[in-house]
Design a binder for this molecule. Structure first.
Ligand code: DPP
Ligand code: ZN
Length: 874
């Protein structure tokens, strides 16, 4: 496969002012007619040899005819080639009509037009439109779309972008609907849906008083699961008006739920398409985590209407322009709707666990990549989550009012345009007369920076000095990184746990702006030796090293007024304990009880003043995956042994406290998805998990009775999970079976049920996971099922996946090879755990590498999988 470089970007030779599509739907032979108003791009390089040929992307299409200005084109005027169609051009403006055929039923890649449970739907981002018809499939070609859909009467709902402008019946009794989207858009935002769907409807009145119709479509059996998404949508619409001054622009906004979907959701103009798991929820069937995920994804896709659709990306290297910004927007929305600290903790945990690993692995790339083979491989945590951190840092450095001025200017200046990350930064600068020259390096340098912090206190002068060094490690293709501009939000704590004033005005928190490789920051008038609270709120996506002692971390856990850092102190304490235990394990020593950590946890558990959701987070040990990310060389067995030992030690030492807190929080009140209620259940179920870790029968009985009560899916799934992990096997099997009997008709619950088994360190053995693949509810063609069973095992079941015999690795490579034939995007994602082989201790590394080589050697890989595998082996 060819590598595509950012430096080779050229503006398109031709523009498409209008795109008129007609679909005649049929599972095996859908006829697509496309009529394009084509015009020479005045901004294109004029060249010296007349009009250049027009390139139209097209993949897996059966070409039927090509006409120009109504005349059928002779075959010598165009050439069908791999990946598209090249057309000789004679006039600078013309109308092009192409007819082609596609087979949605055979499309298992879930890109382009396909069928999901008999419903037609599309996914065009990034380059799926070329699987529908021949087109300049690039985001800087923006066009007005008119779409006509013709389908049998068994598909009463026919949807596309924009407003419905016509509908009727054809002579042979089929239905016909025409939609027009008045906003010019790139092809990746095109969408079509056809099916026998029900919907719920609501309205939203915008700040300027326009009424917008809101519709959520789903199969009839799911119609009762739409309310939460609808409420979330209205909250998001209001929030974007209040916080960003952004109003919705069409008369109708539609969401459709689809069972087979590669991503979480897609922001097609006026017609968002969602993975069912990211939109459908009811208290009986969805966990609190699902409720919160839905709220944030509904908001995310809605926010794209401005950050992505009205202002879009010039090319796919700029993906973070819309994704980083929109993730930042949805994170702030969720923070405003729920607990800000808890949202931040969750996001940072993902970043540290998975994005840092990506930054340090073979696919490492900057927020704005320089090259790719397959763009689908760059819908990454780096582009999304680190990209959001970069926007957050601009927000921190400029302050909220200045940031808003910058975003206002950005939207105003670039409305209707396809632009770059650079344009975003320039708008932030221009609106505020700011200089972000050095800051831009965050977009071009890959890798996670490391900050080493030392301090000293001069009692005589009353001076406290922080000395900070920064260093960004080499990454593939990038050496010798330059210093970044890094905001380090800081406070200093006195012996009484209170923050010390840092200036005359009495400010107690400051953001230090690190710009040099090594820099000193001096605080005057400091009356006692302080304890620093550094990188508050995780003000930059870096690894911060400061030699905190255990008692200092316990102190911060009790006193830091920054809730994020309070949690982080507990995490550092746990990491210290777990690192020490890994050393003991590998030396064959008896493992020593982590007393400092237990004391720290005891004080948190007993603190009734803290938000229970925060307490739950503070009592959660870092995952095995996160521990692996901490190590220079990963010893899987040591990580598992250390983590289980600590968990059991905490469970045994604090059993009475966990029990008391569980009883106090176990209230029989009706379910609500309000933050306070979610917080209560989250701490309650954290206590339950620790109680069950003792494996005592009285504790397991609590789980049994909670499961039997079945009040809501959060409590049921937590109880079942605890029984599967810690209960006797026959018991677990029986509970799993009756749970399945109860819920087998509900797709989302079945996904949860699969996940509970595949991720269980004790129950989820390879043998059981293989059995699940043979289960009647499992489908290799459904990404959610694949993620629940295979992904759950390979990415969230560290213990069973890393069995010393390498059986987990072999299994994963078999599955990836099989999947690649069906769905390359999913195959390329699923292979991720194998790509990190270099970080593992020798014996594991060899086994992982050979599993990877087996994939490489099986030939005819998709471009998606080839890119990941070849980069991982080089
Ligand atoms: N649908 C994906 C997202 O919203 C890609 N744009 O992030
Ligand atoms: Zn997005």
């Amino acid at each position: 496969p060819r590598t595509i470089y950012l430096k080779d970007y050229k503006v398109p030779d031709y523009l498409i002012d209008h795109t008129e599509l007609t679909f005649d739907l049929d599972p095996q032979a859908t006829l697509v007619k496309s009529r394009l108003k084509v015009r020479r791009n005045p901004a294109a390089d004029p060249g010296d040899s007349g009009l250049p040929a027009l390139w139209l992307d097209g993949v897996d299409l059966e070409l039927l005819s090509v006409s120009i200005n109504g005349k059928l084109l002779p075959a010598q005027r165009y050439q069908e080639m791999t990946g598209g169609l090249l057309l000789a051009v004679e006039t600078p403006e013309f109308e092009l009509e192409v007819q082609n055929r596609i087979a949605p039923e055979s499309n298992t890649s879930l890109e382009g037009l396909y069928l999901s449970n008999g419903m037609y739907c599309t996914q065009c981002e990034a380059e799926g439109f070329r699987k529908i018809t021949f087109y300049p499939d690039r985001p800087d070609v923006m066009s007005i779309f008119t779409t006509t859909i013709v389908a049998p009467a068994s598909y009463p709902v026919l949807l596309s972008n924009g407003n419905k402008i016509d509908s009727g019946t054809t002579q042979d009794g089929r239905l016909r609907v025409t939609w027009e989207d008045p906003f010019a858009k790139p092809a990746y935002l095109f969408a079509l849906v056809a099916g026998d769907l029900q919907y719920v409807e609501d309205t939203f009145t915008t700040s300027s008083g326009r009424e917008v119709k809101l519709q959520l479509f789903t199969e009839a059996r799911n119609i009762r699961k739409c309310e939460h998404a609808m409420v979330s949508l209205k909250h998001a619409m209001r929030w974007d008006e209040e916080v960003y001054g952004r109003e919705y622009d069409l008369d109708i906004f539609m969401i459709v739920a689809v069972d087979h979907f590669n991503m979480g959701a897609m922001e097609n103009k006026g017609l968002n398409i969602f993975n069912s798991a990211c939109v459908l929820a009811s208290p009986e069937t969805a966990t609190d985590a699902a409720f919160q995920r839905i709220e944030s994804i509904v908001a995310h896709e809605y926010f794209h209407n401005w950050s992505g659709n009205r202002v879009t990306c010039r090319d796919w290297f700029q993906l973070s322009l819309k994704e980083g910004f929109t993730v930042f927007r949805d994170a702030e929305f969720s923070a405003d709707m729920n607990s800000r600290a808890v949202k931040r903790i969750e996001d940072v945990t993902v970043l540290r666990t998975a994005q840092f690993a990506e930054d340090g692995g073979p696919m490492s790339h900057p927020v704005r990549p320089d090259s790719y083979m397959e763009i689908s491989n760059f819908y990454t945590l780096t582009v999304y989550e680190k990209g959001a951190e970069v926007v957050r840092m601009i927000h921190t450095i400029l302050g909220p009012e200045a940031f808003r001025r910058g975003s206002d200017l950005y939207f105003e200046r670039h409305d209707g345009c396809a632009v770059t990350c650079e344009d975003f930064v320039v708008a932030m600068e221009d609106a505020n007369d700011a200089d972000l020259k050095q800051f831009r390096r965050w977009y071009s340098q890959a890798g996670t920076p490391v900050l080493d912090v030392e301090d000293r206190y001069d009692e005589d002068k009353g001076e406290y000095t922080l000395k900070i060094r920064q260093h960004t490690p080499d990454t593939p293709g990038q050496k010798d990184k330059l210093p970044l501009c890094i905001p380090v939000t800081t406070a200093l704590l006195g012996a009484d746990g209170k923050e010390l004033p840092l200036n005359q005005a009495g400010a107690t928190e400051t953001t230090l702006l690190l710009t040099e490789a090594c820099q000193e920051f001096v605080f005057g008038n400091i009356k006692e030796r302080p304890l620093p609270s550094l990188l508050r709120g995780f003000s930059a996506p870096v690894k911060l090293r400061y030699d905190y002692r255990d008692h200092q971390l316990q102190f911060l856990m009790r006193h830091d007024s920054d809730e994020f850092n309070r949690w982080d102190a507990g995490q550092r304490l746990a990491l210290n304990a777990l690192a020490a235990l890994q050393v003991q394990f590998r030396a064959g020593e008896a493992l020593r009880t982590p007393d400092a950590l237990i004391a720290g946890y005891a004080s948190v558990l007993g603190n009734g003043a803290l938000d229970p959701a925060l307490v739950a987070k503070m009592l959660a040990l870092p995952s095995a995956q996160e521990l692996a990310e901490q190590e220079g060389e990963i010893h899987a067995a040591a990580i598992i042994a250390a983590r289980e030992f600590v968990r059991n030690a905490i469970a045994d030492a604090l059993k009475p406290e966990f029990l008391a807190r569980y009883r106090q929080l176990d209230q029989r009140t009706p379910y609500s998805a309000e933050a306070a209620d979610i917080a209560r259940r989250s701490l309650k179920n954290t206590c339950l998990a620790y109680l069950c870790a003792t494996m005592d029968d009285d504790a397991l009985d609590l789980a049994r009775s909670q499961l039997a009560r079945g009040e809501n899916m959060t409590d049921s799934a937590s109880a079942l999970g605890a029984l599967v992990e810690f209960g006797p096997v026959e018991d677990a099997e029986q509970h799993l079976e009756s749970f399945y009997q109860q819920w087998q008709q509900d797709t989302q619950v079945v996904e949860t049920w699969f996940g509970l088994q595949s991720t269980s360190a004790s129950y989820g053995t390879l043998e059981r996971v293989q059995q699940l693949l043979g289960h009647s509810a499992f489908e290799l063609t459904n990404p959610n099922k694949v993620r629940a069973v295979i992904g759950g095992f390979a990415m969230r079941n560290f213990k069973q996946f890393h069995k010393e015999d390498g059986s987990g690795y072999e299994f994963l490579s078999d599955q990836v090879i099989a999947l690649d034939k069906l769905n390359p995007q999913i195959a390329a994602r699923l292979v991720t755990p194998l790509t990190r082989w270099k970080k593992y201790a020798a014996s594991d590394a060899g086994l992982i590498k050979s599993a990877l080589q087996r994939i490489a050697e099986c030939g005819s890989l998709s471009r998606d999988l080839f890119e990941v595998v070849s980069k991982s082996l080089s």
